[in-house]
Design a protein around this ligand. Structure first.
Ligand SMILES: C[S@@+](CC[C@H](N)C(=O)[O-])C[C@H]1O[C@@H](n2cnc3c(N)ncnc32)[C@H](O)[C@@H]1O
Length: 342
């Protein structure tokens, strides 16, 4: 069985998405987790926050029982000298009790590793860097004090499944805050960069389609990039005056750069099919190395359209992601690295 944490309020859509891929999914109303009998052959799930491949149910009443269980599960599976990460967290209750219980389980686990598996303890790392082919991921989620699931993804599975397996605990990234940005939409760029493990960098070129009032351009400029911003309306005054920004009042769907750019960032309000077609056209034409493109939905009827993107975009990319970001509303963001990026 494979388990998935749905994006906020998206559990029914995740079930539909998995079932469209023939994965036999059901929602556990009590835990809020979605289980599936198989992983989708195209490993892209817009509505999953985190995947727990081959998750098995755990019933353990005590802290020590949980620690022993996790040790038993990883013994002989994780290679001693390779890095691994442990995500241990509760999805029950509102207060700190679940977090405290997880802290105690972690402490008990560390004690056991210190005594019995020192090499494994040494290779336990805590960070949210992108997975490398050597990284393994162990996840233990408590759905109640005495129940939950454990999933062990031995290297190189985390990197292979990076489009659905997040280096962030539970796949959660807190909203970025910046009161000086023209709007809160800037958080979508920051979150996409974090998930991709790549940032817009100093000196890079960037096309921002549907750029007004300018918070995506604002992030790119802060990073030191050169931005061509396209919109029907101008951006905030200070951005319009910025020497690293060129503004064109034009139809974003008709715009093409004179030469390929480092980043396409696109947040146009448009039908999702149009934004998907734009992304696929830019990829086929090799117009950009990396991209962040929002698909905006009205209602829920058009979610199945994304299957077309899952089928066509990965062949044009070395890294393709499609996810409802924590910072998204009724949107899904496609981001990644094009196949011709070096
Ligand atoms: C959600 S806003 C973009 C917000 C922006 N990313 C930010 O962070 O400030 C969408 C923008 O798309 C623009 N837009 C919609 N259709 C467009 C088109 N065909 N050509 C250019 N801009 C368009 C709208 O004018 C609007 O400013």
């Amino acid at each position: 069985m494979h388990l998935f944490l749905p994006a906020a309020d998206a559990a029914p859509f995740l079930v539909d998405e998995l079932n469209r891929a023939g994965a036999g999914a059901t929602l556990n109303e009590t835990t809020g987790l979605v289980s599936a009998t198989s992983l989708p052959s195209l490993p892209y799930l817009a509505f999953a926050r985190q995947a727990m491949p081959e998750g098995t149910e755990v019933l353990e009443a005590s802290i020590n029982g949980w620690a022993d269980h996790i040790i038993t599960r990883i013994a002989g599976i994780l290679p001693d000298a390779q890095p691994w990460r442990l995500h241990l967290w509760p999805v029950y209750g509102e207060g700190r009790a679940g977090l405290h219980r997880c802290d105690l389980i972690r402490a008990a686990l560390n004690e056991r590793l210190k005594k019995r598996r020192r090499a494994l303890l040494r290779s336990l790392v805590e960070n949210t860097e992108p997975f490398t082919p050597e990284t393994s991921l162990v996840q233990a989620v408590l759905t109640a004090p005495d129940a939950g699931y454990v999933s062990v993804s031995a290297a190189p599975q985390p990197q292979n499944l990076r489009a659905i397996l997040s280096p962030y605990l539970g796949g959660d990234i807190p909203h970025a805050e910046d009161k000086a940005a023209p709007s809160r939409a800037f958080a979508k760029v920051i979150e996409s960069e974090l998930r991709l493990g790549q940032q817009i960098e100093k000196g890079q070129t960037c096309v921002d389609l549907g750029a007004s009032p300018g918070s995506w351009s604002y992030v790119a400029i802060q990073r030191g990039a050169y931005v061509t911003a396209i919109d029907r309306s101008p951006l905030r005054d200070d951005l319009m005056r910025n020497p690293r920004l060129t503004f064109q009042q034009a139809d974003a769907f008709k715009f093409r750069p004179t030469q390929p750019v480092d980043w396409l960032i696109c947040d146009i309000i448009a039908a999702p099919q149009r934004s998907m077609d734009l992304l696929l056209d830019w990829l086929r034409e090799r117009q950009m190395r990396r991209f962040i493109v929002t698909l905006k939905f009205k209602g829920t009827e058009e979610y199945p359209l994304m299957e077309q993107l899952k089928e066509q975009a990965p062949a044009l990319c070395t890294d393709f992601r499609l996810t409802r970001l924590c910072a998204n509303k009724n949107e899904v963001t496609a981001f990644g690295v094009s196949a011709w990026d070096r």
